[in-house]
Design a protein around this ligand. Structure first.
Ligand code: GLA
Length: 711
């Protein structure tokens, strides 16, 4: 078994610190220094052990050009240390000071109408401005010189949410794009051919003729522009990272805060690549936590580096920017924090500690009110932070391990969204449909890039992999030949790396191993019945008419009466190839048929559930390490639930049978405490009230056993 074995050092778990951390995002520059000791004392009392600071404080650090004032930050960091709180320093480049942008207007982004954006919001900088990058490098260097060896500072966050991928449309940015294209395509002749520019007179005779696309353009140009956006933000980030790495202790990590699965402004795999680990900002917004929607984002963020991650911001009850800024229910914030950990988070940090008295986010949820007194939520966060500290030792060296992978490709996602063909087709919900059905059965899923090593997975599902160039096809074929089961969803294998149609039917270079192909695709006006050996149900939104070519290719479902073209034709085909199998699903399936398909996929691929059957609404999460598997079970259903475990497990944290209040049964090393009397040492059944959390250690399943179970 290759691929799954990783060394046990997990970059998100820092030597000398608890394996699980809980913290908050704090802005000392917004408060008089006389208050800081009190605020940090309150954080310490709440068992918070990490703060992120500084990411918007450039005007305080460099009040005028070249004049730095770090005395205040020295003091804030020293006080944090005094209260045993570790510090993550944010570089403040998401909010350049007024003196900078006014004196050097080219550091401001230019919009598509040729206007520079105005100062006073954030992310108004010009990511491609070399002058701006010089200022960023200088402030990062000054910070790293000062804090790169500070024992209280554990790491760095570059910028804040990477400018939401916004670009500047000025002449210099355009020239940089043209130069970047030249490196990639080498000759104009090649570019013209790869983009098929002999179309609407798009042929370019000089690199300088190539525009920045901000309206629908040639698909090749659009894809290359997005690649350039990803490159621009990566080089912007590396510009700061390189100087920090030169000046700071190697023990200090460097991370960035992404925004989950939903945001696709750049290719996150590219931007995350140089970081020590990925972090993300996890907000529910309106409504309540949907464990699948949020879990999918966690798994996608974990997939960026195929490693645990941090939730460096999350909502303390409610936000200020959604349509309805309702609060999460009592108990839900705690359940959400454990759900984060279950999916691989090793830190959870609340944005923010206390609201500035003025500024654009006055109404956002906080842990402390404007009067400096605790908000009602702080007691729940304190309890959770205490539980993190008490149970952390069982999580050391553990990470989620899955037998099923979903392939997520930003380029395919953009390609489909630019020519969506029916407004009802949504890449996000197609992926979520597969995620929802498969997670329920497998209880653990990885979401990875198609180029990732796949050989540790029993089942690899590409819900909508539009771009399958030759090298990607070769990688997938290798996986199948070696015994994997590859499932391709609708719109797969249509295009090459330049977003051009392949001169083949779908799925292109996978036609031969599939033993079949797509004859034609159809945007559906209405649902179409499906039936066959797999069962019956309906196709919705999108349907592809398939055809078997190999005599041993099997048809699992056929379309019923529809537009005439589809009637009676194959909708799902499967074919064994090498030691493995390829299945092509030509239609978007409604949820119950998707469950039927997922059931067949899991069974036919030999996927074993992480735990086993649980009642509806119980979320199972499993992290595996050298001492066994740690299960985090959470009840997101409104009713109290009883879960029968497949074998007896050690209780680490559980609501005692009669009471709603949880008990830590297996204390961690950092905060020894006698197990409460109500805690059984072992159990084979647990009861969970709504938002109840149970943590169990299954010593029978160590990482080595799990690896042996796999292919
Ligand atoms: C983002 C930002 C934070 C803050 C929160 C509010 O994630 O990174 O600075 O504005 O949103 O929800």
């Amino acid at each position: 078994m290759r691929g799954a074995a990783k060394d046990s050092a997990i970059p998100t778990q820092l030597p000398g610190h608890n394996a699980l951390l809980m913290g908050t995002d704090w802005y000392p520059e917004q408060w008089p220094g006389s208050r800081w000791d009190t605020e940090l004392g309150m954080m310490e009392a709440a068992h918070l052990n990490v703060i992120r600071i500084g990411e918007f404080a450039w005007s305080r650090m460099e009040p005028s050009e070249g004049h730095f004032d770090f005395a205040w930050l020295d003091r804030a960091i020293a006080l944090a240390g005094k209260h045993h709180i570790a510090v993550v320093l944010g570089t403040p480049t998401a909010a350049p000071p007024a003196w900078l942008t006014l004196k050097y207007p080219d550091t401001l982004r230019m919009d598509t109408e040729g206007r520079r954006v105005s100062h006073g919001n954030r992310a108004h900088f010009n990511v491609t401005s070399q002058r701006y990058r010089t200022f960023c490098r200088t402030i990062a260097a000054e910070m790293a010189k000062r804090y790169g060896h500070d024992p209280t500072v554990i790491g760095w966050q570059i910028d804040n949410e990477y400018g939401y991928a916004q670009m500047s449309y000025d002449d210099d940015a355009r020239k940089q794009f043209q130069d970047w294209l030249q490196v990639d395509h080498k000759t104009l002749e090649a570019l013209n051919q790869e983009w098929t520019t002999s179309y609407w007179s798009e042929t370019y005779d000089a690199w300088s003729e190539i525009p920045i696309p901000w309206i629908p353009h040639n698909p090749g140009l659009m894809l290359d522009w997005r690649r350039f956006v990803s490159y621009a933000y990566t080089s912007y980030e590396e510009n700061q990272m390189n100087v920090i790495r030169q000046l700071a202790d190697p023990r200090q990590f460097i991370t960035g805060n992404f925004m989950g699965y939903g945001f696709d402004g750049f290719d996150h795999f590219t931007v995350a690549h140089p970081l020590t680990f990925a972090s993300w900002d996890d907000y529910v917004g309106s409504g309540h936590l949907d464990p699948d929607v949020n879990g999918m984002s966690h798994d996608a963020m974990r997939g960026l580096k195929r490693e645990n991650f941090w939730v460096i911001e999350t909502q303390p009850g409610f936000v200020n920017w959604s349509n309805l800024n309702n609060s999460l229910n009592k108990g839900e914030v705690r359940a959400m924090a454990w759900h984060d950990v279950g999916h691989g988070a090793d830190e959870v940090s609340y944005w923010q500690w206390r609201s500035a008295l003025n500024g654009q986010e006055e109404m956002h949820g906080t842990l402390v009110g404007p009067d400096g007194e605790p908000e009602p939520l702080l007691s729940e966060v304190t309890q959770t932070a205490q539980e993190f500290a008490q149970t952390q030792s069982v999580f050391r060296g553990t990470r989620p391990v899955s037998e099923v992978a979903l392939l997520h490709d930003y380029e395919s996602r953009w390609a489909v969204n630019w020519q969506v063909h029916t407004q009802r087709y949504d890449e996000n919900s197609v992926l979520r449909g597969y995620y929802h059905a498969l997670r329920k059965l497998a209880q653990s899923i990885d979401i990875v890039n198609p180029a990732a090593p796949l050989d540790s997975y029993k089942l690899v599902v590409a819900p909508s992999l539009n771009l399958i160039p030759k090298d990607r096809a070769a990688h997938l074929i290798e996986y199948v030949k070696n015994g994997g089961h590859l499932v391709l969803g609708p719109r797969s294998g249509m295009k090459d790396e330049y977003n051009a149609l392949l001169p083949l039917r779908q799925p292109g270079y996978l036609i031969e191993p599939l033993g079949g192909r797509v004859e034609q695709f159809y945007a559906l006006e209405r649902d179409v019945p499906l039936s066959g050996t797999l069962g019956s149900g309906t196709a919705t939104i999108w349907a592809e008419q398939l055809k078997t070519l190999a005599p041993d290719a099997e048809v699992l479902l056929r379309y019923g009466a529809s537009n005439g073209w589809l009637d009676g034709q194959p909708a799902i085909i499967t074919h064994s190839f090498g030691k493995g199998r390829i299945t092509y699903v030509g239609a978007v399936l409604e949820p119950s048929l998707m469950s039927t398909l997922a059931d067949w996929l899991v069974k036919s691929s030999g996927v074993t559930p992480a735990l086993g059957p649980v009642p509806e609404g119980i979320e199972v999460n499993r992290r595996v390490g050298p001492d066994g598997a740690v299960f985090v079970l959470i009840n997101f259903s409104p009713e109290r639930q009883t879960v029968a475990l497949p074998r007896s497990m050690k209780v680490i944290l559980s609501p005692p049978i009669q009471s709603e209040s949880p008990a830590v049964c297996q204390p961690g090393v950092s905060q020894p405490a006698a197990p409460p009397d109500s805690c059984p040492a072992e159990t084979s059944q647990i009861e969970l009230p709504r938002y109840g959390v149970s943590i169990l250690l299954d010593a029978a399943k160590k990482i080595a056993d799990l690896n042996a179970d796999r292919r």
